[in-house]
Design a protein around this ligand. Structure first.
Ligand code: GUN
Length: 284
């Protein structure tokens, strides 16, 4: 039976580390501040945003909340971003995705100053990540790396297989594994012999968006399995991209869904807010 990687516990440890540093900063009269922007009334986004604000409160980070109506124009949103970019007391800007269809997401993300891009989605920050110099790393990929490292697993020299090549998870997680000296293979919908490739992985990251796609026959005995998927099943319960019940019997380490990668995204967001605040204030 695999060791279950407890994302809730590890995310709390990270938030506690952030909170301790935020307390130290307060002695210098500095408080990190995150602006959270939500456009429209998508119920899932509203839950994410509420959880992000709650995490800020836990860490001692100030949060500014902008809840804009669905009819907000692109120009109005860009104007708000310009205002937040110019505000020296605001260190991080998070625009919750997805945006309403009439707003160009890419244009909005490009407008956020890279120094305040705590999601790590700006092409400048993606570029830094790809050359191994990232300051603000995208949160979910960085969370995957923390889960592996804090479980005591050394990535260097390991066969790492990432299934999925999205810009927000698959690609950056591959780059971060490479920065840790892993030997990285990325699989996607056109990959041939996917099972064979996966079954050679010491570390397998599943970020496909298909429920229970990774089955036990695709997993090497003792492998570390990180499941980024969050899928709603017909019975209403959540499941990952990994068939947990069968893979758990074979893997060495595995993340559950929920309670694995999920809580890490917000913890890494808090860490990025602290990092952005320190960088803007020239603190190491
Ligand atoms: N929507 C779903 N996940 C995310 C995320 O990590 N950041 C933002 N901004 N929006 C999201």
């Amino acid at each position: 039976m695999a060791n279950i990687i407890d994302g809730k516990l590890i995310s709390t440890q990270i938030k506690d580390e952030v909170r301790a540093e935020v307390e130290t900063l307060s002695e210098k009269g500095i408080q990190p501040c995150l602006a959270v922007v939500l456009v429209g009334d998508d119920p899932a986004s509203a839950v994410y945003v509420r959880n992000k604000k709650k995490a800020c409160e836990y860490c001692g980070i100030k949060s500014l909340s902008y809840e804009l109506p669905d009819q907000t124009t692109e120009a109005e949103l860009l104007e708000l971003i310009d205002t937040l970019n110019a505000d020296p007391s605001c260190h991080g800007i998070l625009v919750q995705l997805p945006l309403p269809k009439h707003i160009d997401e890419e244009k909005v993300l490009l407008r956020i100053l890279p120094q305040k891009d705590v999601d790590g989605f700006h092409p400048y920050n993606v570029g830094l990540l790809s050359i191994g110099n990232a300051v603000l790393k995208s949160c979910t990929p960085a969370g995957c790396i923390e889960l592996i490292k804090r479980s005591g697993v050394d990535i260097a020299g390991k066969n790492c297989v990432v299934v999925g090549r999205s810009n927000i998870v698959g690609k950056p997680v591959g780059m971060l594994l490479m920065a840790e000296n892993g030997t990285v293979t990325t699989c996607h919908s056109k990959t041939k012999n996917m099972s064979e490739i996966c079954s050679k992985a010491d570390i397998l990251v599943a970020a496909i968006g298909k429920p229970k796609f990774i089955t036990a026959d695709m997993v090497k005995e003792g492998a570390v399995v990180i499941d980024v998927g969050i899928n709603r099943q017909e019975n209403g319960k959540l499941c990952g991209d990994v068939d947990f019940d069968s893979v758990e019997k074979k893997a060495g380490y595995i993340t559950p869904v929920p309670g694995g990668v999920g809580p890490m995204t917000i913890a890494m967001l808090m860490k990025n807010c602290l990092t952005a605040c320190k960088a803007i204030n020239n603190i190491n």
